[in-house]
Design a protein around this ligand. Sequence first.
Ligand code: TXA
Ligand code: MG
Length: 317
Amino acid sequence: MTADVLDAADPAALDRAADLLRAGDLVAVPTETVYGLAADATDSAAVARIYEAKGRPRFNPLIAHVDGLERAERLVELSPLARRLAQAFWPGPLTIVAPVKPDAGISDLVTAGLDTLAVRWPDAPAMTGLVARLDRPLAAPSANRSGEVSPTTAAHVAEGLGQAVALILDAGPCRVGLESTIVAVEGERAALLRPGGIARADIEAIAGRLEAPASIPGAPRSPGQLASHYAPKAKLRLNALRPEPGEGYLAFGPDAPDHETVINLSPSGDLAEAAARLFAALRALDARVDRIAAAPIPDTGLGEAINDRLRRAAAGK
Ligand code: TXA
Ligand code: MG
């Protein structure tokens, strides 16, 4: 099988995708963060196919994608703080982990048996259009083989999972380019489980100081946060002011060397631009060199999530 690639803006393509999802098949769906590998979150056999296709070694909980606050509230218990966060950042790159409702109807393979569920309303018409067509939430991890760099284009998905999915919906490069920020909420307390497409400071403006994951009993550190993740095949050296001979270079800012194995994430030093280009740049250098050096990235704003992904990529397989 080789995946068909269809335009995500074409309603007929969404109808075809919805038919596949209803039949328990997988579809790769673009979001504003990264491409997701979607399955009906209420269908355990379909969700099991996600793990199989990704080659995930064990069952990590998945994010349930919804098309509105109302559907989110059918699935999880949103505290007043959780609702304020949802109102501030949805639709968008925020995932809220909250107590799952007993009658949510979500497969246990999505929660991995936890009593919480991760929910996200993405700013992504294809994903929300599919949820609306099915009238069900969609479970979707990033559409890459386990441990590999997350996909930000349809071509990236085809490289890794082209034989494992029937259909890839194409909406061009992802606007944000990093996965969602994951926050666990318990009452009026919130913990940051994964830095991502919304900066910590923006969330803290609403939630107050975010706690460390371990301090909230109902909020285990995201089990999927393996130290080694997003790993290119090349060896990655961090905080490098310049490349050594033979190294590719992930540059940032105006003073970067100009060379065919240098990719500048943002010549103007814009962290949002760097975030959007990071995964594609890692893939492009990985195809050309065996060793990659990465420039220091400021740890402010979206830089926290960029540095998190770079550290995981450097941890190797
Ligand atoms: O931007 C994104 O979040 C993308 C797009 C496709 O929406 N999805 C994504 O999914 O990054 P994935 O599976 O690669 O990462 C989901 C993370 C995992 O690290 C998992 O451990 C964590 O969410 N997670 C899910 N449910 C959880 C729960 N109940 N408690 C704690 N962590 C949870
Ligand atoms: Mg992932």
